[in-house]
Design a binder for this molecule. Structure first.
Ligand code: NAD
Length: 428
């Protein structure tokens, strides 16, 4: 298959058919503004030095400082980070946040490191990229296998380098270190708002709907918990090691409690236990979960989970993309032919960056909101943008993904054009 970035760019071809854009805009959307590759030396607990490879890519900053998470995963590559930074650019514009898009990552399996090694890695990564980030320039946040604790270390390292407290440099920080209430559940909560809007619009009923959830980390767990509370029946959940299924429905909180009991004491950050250790439920493989006959397949793990090889086996009526890029462009076409709706990542998982924006606003104002205010502003933003995209898709007879991209690209194009384009100067 093509590179992830090449596949991500294919989505623009369809979008460009529905919008009149200048060449400047088309060119700008093809190239990241800045790609940094760094070596990250870390002193391991046994005294040896290991050097990891890390990246930070800022895709476009026309609409504001760039924004995007930091991922720790063995498969992190420049191609993946570039794609994620492109999606962040689109996503921030879809939500009308005053940010451009960026992403970072380190090629590492964090489960192999001790807690102290992980802290040294996180601080070393920030030292390597400190010159290109900042509250007015580029603002990282958590992503796969990073969390609030990691953001706290990173923010502290940045303050030491700059010799001042600049909490707006990173979002997703711990609550007692200037984080925002509601940030940890924001991605799952935002995804649920989008699903509920869809359900309402199509006269569906939560109580009659079954969900299968791939990925049980920050986003997948909070989504499952809140969806269960809202009346949906979560019948299957998977993590990187396996899946469980129960026809009567699972209680996601109980599944998480079980996972947490098995905590790996080596790092205190990552679970050793796995949802597949639960004996009362039927065990499935991760692949079987994807092919379950459910109303909604929720993809909350990694990219490229549904591709041309398994798209034909998907039985769910709707796919909810909480992960970034879980469905390839080829799979999109095959699913559409079979009448399966994909609720796209750039809208569905935007609750995380929206509350990150609220955190940044609170940090800059030095004035903190209560959780109700965060959650109600999140709901307002998600509902407004979801309805706009659903309307646009119906009006133009296009997929929800194309509608979301169209909305985002329109806003980015507006900003690029207002900065002055080749056409503008020709006309003057
Ligand atoms: P996380 O590290 O908290 O959790 C990832 C989960 O995915 C873990 O449960 C892991 O076991 C599971 N997983 C990994 N490979 C899997 C596989 N092959 N099959 C099934 N499960 C697998 O990460 P997260 O923050 O929840 O992020 C998940 C996805 O959501 C990513 O694509 C991320 O970019 C996206 N996302 C997250 C946020 C956020 O605020 N956390 C915001 C927007 C998008």
């Amino acid at each position: 298959m093509d590179s992830i970035f090449a596949d991500a760019q294919k989505r623009l071809v369809e979008v460009f058919r529905h919008i009149d854009l200048t060449d400047d805009v088309r060119e700008k959307l093809k190239h990241p503004k800045l790609s940094l590759c760094v070596s990250i030396p870390v002193r391991m607990d046994n005294g040896h030095l290991r050097v990891f490879t890390g990246y930070r890519v800022q895709f476009d900053d026309t609409r504001g400082p760039t924004k995007g998470g930091i991922r720790y995963h063995p498969d992190v590559s420049l191609d993946e980070v570039t794609s994620l930074s492109f999606w962040m650019t689109i996503k921030c514009a879809v939500m009308n946040l005053p940010f451009g898009g960026a992403k970072g990552g380190v090629s590492v399996n964090p489960k192999d490191l001790s807690r102290l090694e992980l802290e040294r890695l996180s601080r070393s990564y920030i030292r390597a990229i400190a010159d290109i980030i900042g509250p007015q320039r580029d603002i990282p946040a958590p992503d796969v296998y990073t969390n609030a604790t990691v953001m706290g270390w990173m923010a502290d390292e940045y303050y030491q380098i700059k010799r001042q407290q600049l909490p707006g440099v990173i979002t997703g920080k711990p609550i007692h270190l200037n984080g925002s209430l509601g940030r940890d559940s924001a991605t799952g909560r935002g995804a649920l708002h989008v699903l509920q809007q869809w359900v309402e619009r199509h006269d569906l009923h939560a109580e009659k709907m079954t969900l299968a959830v791939q990925g049980f980390g920050n986003a997948g767990y909070h989504f499952s918990r809140l969806a269960h509370e809202a009346g949906f029946k979560v019948v299957a959940i998977s993590d990187s090691r396996g899946a469980i299924f129960s026809e009567e429905g699972l209680d996601p909180q109980k599944v998480m409690d079980h996972k947490e009991q098995k905590k790996d004491l080596r790092t205190m950050l990552y679970c050793d236990g796995s949802v597949c250790d639960l004996q009362r439920y039927k065990k499935l493989s991760g692949r079987e979960l994807l092919e379950l006959d459910v109303d909604v397949l929720v993809l909350a793990a990694l990219e490229n989970q549904v591709d041309k090889d398994n798209a034909g086996n998907i039985k769910a009526r709707q796919l909810l993309e909480i992960a970034n890029g879980p469905v390839t462009s080829e799979a999109d076409v095959l699913l559409a032919k079979r009448g399966i709706t994909v609720l796209p990542d750039v809208l569905v998982n935007a609750g995380g960056v929206t509350v990150s924006y609220f955190e940044w606003v609170q940090n800059r104002a030095g004035f903190y909101w209560d959780e109700n205010k965060v959650n109600s502003r999140l709901k307002e933003t998600m509902v407004r943008e979801a309805r706009t995209i659903f309307d646009l898709a119906e009006e133009k007879h296009i997929s929800l993904r194309t509608a979301a991209y169209l909305q985002g690209v329109k806003r980015i194009a507006g900003a690029i054009t207002q900065q002055g384009t080749h056409e503008y100067f020709q006309n003057t």
